[in-house]
Design a binder for this molecule. Structure first.
Ligand code: ADP
Ligand code: MG
Length: 332
């Protein structure tokens, strides 16, 4: 039987009275990998901060809906903290994490501080556990790395250290926010492979955030596409990327370069509206080639297409289906 690790039902996220994310419905089961994609500013990072119980430090809160993490109601940050979910049940590798390590602290200190904070019993075995963590994330010569400072490591090695910190408390769900964005292409592949291996070995679930559809295609079983603070399409990764039904997902795929592509890339005209000027109907309507009167009048809700595939578009059942092979994405 599948065990649900996270369920977000209709959550909205607010900072300083402004709603920045609306109506997010997502579920993740144990052992499952979910990708979240969308342009910068679409609400991916705020959504995963909410899942990790980390909205309060930036003045944010879940303003409606409910969030369950593990078997706990984690809607309020207080209950999230009281149940000590962070690190043990859910853990986050934050965006721009390559800059997150303290430059004055050795890697060993980063690891031992984190292990101590999560697990008071393990003080005697601190060093052994730190070495074990570095080995689990594929870092060679862990004894030496423990003595090094962050600037002595490459970007890929620092990202592995960040992942080691995130899994120190043996979380059941790991969230990685754009973990490959700042890295060279060959290192990106290694980090994705590491995440895939770890989720398998540790029987963790993974939420992988990326603005790159190729990353999500390579590493996730299902995907949610976000636009302007809302999930506009969701389903098995294969289906969504081969047969996207929302005009925004279709536009994202057409805008993506692939090796051997000789034609013009189709950019998405216009720019996403900012949260204080979201249209009252469909938020993508001002940029959508298929928009009609209905789209300006009413916000579309997620409707079933079939096989776990859902989309939020008034023209969902008429829209053009593109036949894109996942192979194209993987080969680029
Ligand atoms: N700390 C913050 N204070 C105010 N607004 C924020 C903050 N963080 C994000 N936002 C706004 O919320 C929206 C979603 O941001 P974010 O979740 O970071 O998007 P993404 O990760 O998809 O790029 C954006 O409009 C962004 O400007
Ligand atoms: Mg982000």
């Amino acid at each position: 039987m599948t065990e649900m690790l996270l369920r977000a039902s209709n959550i909205a996220i607010e900072i300083a009275g402004l709603e920045l994310v609306s109506n997010v419905d997502l579920e993740v089961d144990r052992g499952h990998s979910l990708g979240i994609v969308g342009e910068t500013g679409s609400g991916k990072s705020l959504t995963c901060r909410a899942f990790a119980g980390l909205l309060s430090p930036i003045g944010g809160r879940i303003s409606s809906g409910s969030l369950w993490v593990g078997r706990q109601d984690a809607t309020s940050p207080d209950t999230h903290a009281k149940a000590a979910l962070y690190g043990r049940v859910v853990s986050l590798v934050p965006q721009n994490s390559l800059m997150a390590l303290n430059p004055l602290m050795r890697i060993g200190t980063h690891l031992t501080e984190t292990i101590k904070a999560l697990d008071a019993d393990s003080v005697v075995q601190l060093k052994a556990r730190a070495i074990d963590l570095l080995q689990r994330v594929g870092l060679p010569d862990p004894e030496r790395i423990l003595r090094q400072y962050p600037h002595q490591l490459s970007g890929g090695m620092r990202q592995r250290v960040m992942i080691a910190l995130a899994i120190a408390g043996r979380p059941e769900l790991l969230i990685a926010d754009e973990p490959t964005t700042a890295l060279d292409v060959s290192v990106q592949k290694d980090i994705l492979e590491l995440l895939r291996r770890l989720t398998h070995e540790e029987n963790m679930a993974l939420i992988l955030i990326s603005h790159d559809l190729g990353v999500v295609a390579a590493a996730t079983q299902s995907v949610a596409v976000m636009y302007a603070g809302m999930v506009v399409e969701r389903g098995p990764t294969d289906t969504v990327l081969r047969q996207p039904r929302h005009p925004y997902t279709q536009a994202l795929l057409k805008a993506r370069p692939t090796i051997g592509h000789t034609g013009r890339l189709m950019g998405i005209p216009g720019a996403p509206a900012s949260p204080d000027t979201w249209p009252s109907g469909c938020r993508f309507a001002p940029r959508c080639p298929h928009a009609d009167n209905r789209c300006d009048a009413k916000v579309p809700t997620l409707e079933t297409i079939g096989g776990g595939h859902v989309g939020a578009c008034h023209r969902l059942h008429e829209s053009l289906v593109l036949d894109l092979s996942k192979k194209d994405l993987l080969s680029s």
